[in-house]
Design a protein around this ligand. Structure first.
Ligand code: ARG
Length: 569
């Protein structure tokens, strides 16, 4: 594809003798395309060139040599150069690239096969997989696909919370109340109910907590029976999560969680000791981080046990050795910000600064209802992710039965739209904001939602079907797409790779989600203003190819977010 920004920067560099890359960075996209497709603010050069910006602008305009088949015209407005690209060149370069790359359109080899380790989902076994974990699963899943699309090698790690006192609680609960629950038919449900009940009852009966500690101690000491029970609970929990992961299209390359590091922490503790980083504080072994304005990072508690941070250091070191990562990303709620800051700092102090620099905590906000009230498992009114997904699917099924009862593959469509709605709602706004979970909003087919994008995609499909069109780039007359809405749509398609790259740079899938809304709306205004199926074949062919291009990008983009596209709805 023609790189318009590069061409402009090169031409300006020839005139000004300044550095091309720097100039390229200055190029802006004006808020209103009547002002130009690109703008170059000359005041950025005033210091270096020792001239007033309007003079610089005039000079550049007078002397610039730029291919006329690419650039139509340059206007000087104050200190700005407003640049109008040749629309036919835009159309040609975009549509040819689509014809060439198809569903690979927008991908690149930016990452050169380098490893990006993404730690995401990470539910705590034996505790309910609640809606809070949805966010990590969905955001991490999108990043996983986005990095792969950009030529990185994503490594998805589900760092399961599969060790800890919660097992003691569940085991103690089972020993007390097993007969009261239906283990035979619903083992997972029974375990979760017991966990929730245990937490409630232990508030009044502290002896329960002691019992849980006893069980967990037995587990830690390697008691055979207890260990077997732990293995069993872990196994059925995982089987349960798999159902949710399957619905969400989540992929993991490793399920090594906290338990996996149980026998791998001593080397880290020894290394910290050797490097003189450990010191005693109130009976605990800590790394002092006062110099960095952080509380000490506890490595061994006063009870002599290792803790969350110890395990994260062991796993980080293993990830460094095993994957030699270019980036290590932790998609974990904002409340763990300090924990990760401490872990990364300690890792740096251990002498792994190069790798510590490549670590990023990617935090996100809570899930709240439309009144701003937190949705979660606190009050015992747990919301399970699988139930939510199934509810979404059911709701969509009802809508289909009402509006389009004859639709083929109803179940399939309902699944894609229901799950897509949940995924998109999670990714639609910048991740650090609280996610508002409201059924009417997220299922609104006219709103800025997953179903809306799917609906527009299906429109592109049905237009192509109706015309019996098979895309053939040789038949496209690029001069036939001149309408304002067509050009805006083409410009958006042109930007796709940049958008995906930007989403990766900021670890912010919402950038891609917003883009897909923009593209859908832009195409929608195109076909509302202009018929696509028309008398004149050359116009129709050009419009249909654009339709095909929009559908291709919508599908690729939505799949990067983890959604699936229905072909009908
Ligand atoms: N299981 C933890 C939780 O739910 C998240 C683990 C995140 N990953 C990590 N490497 N610490 O709070």
């Amino acid at each position: 594809m023609i790189n318009f920004k590069k061409e402009i920067a090169k031409a300006i560099a020839d005139v000004t003798k300044l550095e091309e890359d720097e100039l390229e960075n200055y190029i802006e996209i004006p808020p209103n395309s009547d002002l130009g497709d690109y703008a170059f603010p000359c005041f950025k050069l005033a210091k270096e060139l020792k001239k007033a910006p309007p003079m610089i602008a005039n000079d550049i305009k007078e002397n610039i040599k730029i291919d006329e088949s690419i650039i139509d015209r340059i206007d000087v407005v104050g200190g700005y150069l407003n640049i109008f690209i040749n629309k036919e060149a835009l159309t040609k370069t975009v549509l040819e690239e689509i014809a060439n790359k198809k569903d690979k359109y927008g991908s690149s080899n930016l990452g050169n096969g380098k490893n990006v380790v993404i730690d995401y989902s990470a539910p705590n076994i034996a505790k309910p997989f609640h809606i809070g974990h949805l966010r990590s699963t969905v955001i991490g899943g999108a990043l996983y696909k986005i990095y792969n699309f950009l030529g990185y090698n994503s490594v998805g790690i589900n760092y399961l919370g599969d060790w800890g006192l919660q097992f003691g609680k569940v085991m103690a609960g089972i020993s007390l109340w097993k007969s009261e629950y239906d283990f035979k038919n619903d083992e997972m449900g029974s375990i979760l109910k017991i966990y929730i009940r245990f937490n409630q009852e232990e508030k009044e009966k502290p002896e329960l907590t002691d019992l849980a500690r006893e069980y967990f101690k037995k587990l830690e000491d390697g008691d055979k029976e207890t260990y077997k029970l732990w293995e069993h609970i872990r196994k059925i929990s995982l089987e349960n999560y798999e159902k949710t992961y399957k619905l969400l299209n989540s992929k993991f390359d490793s399920y090594n969680g906290e338990a996996y590091y149980n026998d791998k922490m001593m080397p880290i503790v020894d290394e910290l000791k050797e490097k003189g980083l450990l010191k005693e504080s109130q009976g605990a072994q800590v790394v002092d981080l006062e110099e960095y304005n952080m509380p000490p990072c506890i490595i061994i508690t006063s009870a002599g046990t290792t803790i969350y941070a110890t395990r994260d250091l062991a796993s980080l070191k293993e990830r460094m050795n095993k994957y030699n990562f270019d980036k290590a990303i932790y998609v974990v709620g904002g409340e763990q910000a300090l924990h990760f800051k401490q872990v990364f700092k300690v890792f740096e102090l251990m002498g792994y600064g190069e790798y510590a620099k490549r670590c990023t905590h990617v935090p996100f906000g809570l899930v709240v209802d439309k009144n701003g009230e937190k949705i979660g498992s606190r009050k015992g009114n747990s919301v399970f992710l699988e139930d939510i997904l199934n509810e979404a699917i059911d709701k969509v099924k009802n809508i289909i039965n009402e509006k389009n009862p004859e639709l083929e593959d109803k179940d399939e469509v309902a699944r894609k739209v229901g799950v897509g709605a949940i995924i998109f709602n999670d990714l639609a706004n910048s991740r650090i904001k609280d996610e508002i979970f409201d059924w009417d909003m997220l299922l609104n087919f006219q709103g800025e939602t997953g179903p809306y994008i799917q609906y527009i995609y299906v429109r592109t499909k049905s237009l192509l079907d109706k015309a019996g069109y098979t895309p053939k780039i040789e038949d496209v007359d690029f001069s036939k797409l001149t309408e304002r809405e067509a050009i805006s749509t083409l410009k958006l398609i042109y930007m796709f790779n940049e958008v995906v790259q930007n989403a990766a740079e900021k670890n912010e899938p919402s950038i891609l989600a917003r883009y897909l809304i923009d593209l859908s709306q832009s195409f929608s205004s195109f076909y509302n203003e202009h018929k696509i199926i028309v008398q004149k074949k050359d116009i129709q062919d050009a419009r249909l190819f654009l339709t095909y291009a929009v559908g291709t990008v919508l599908k690729t983009g939505a799949e990067l977010l983890g959604m699936e596209m229905p072909e009908r709805m």
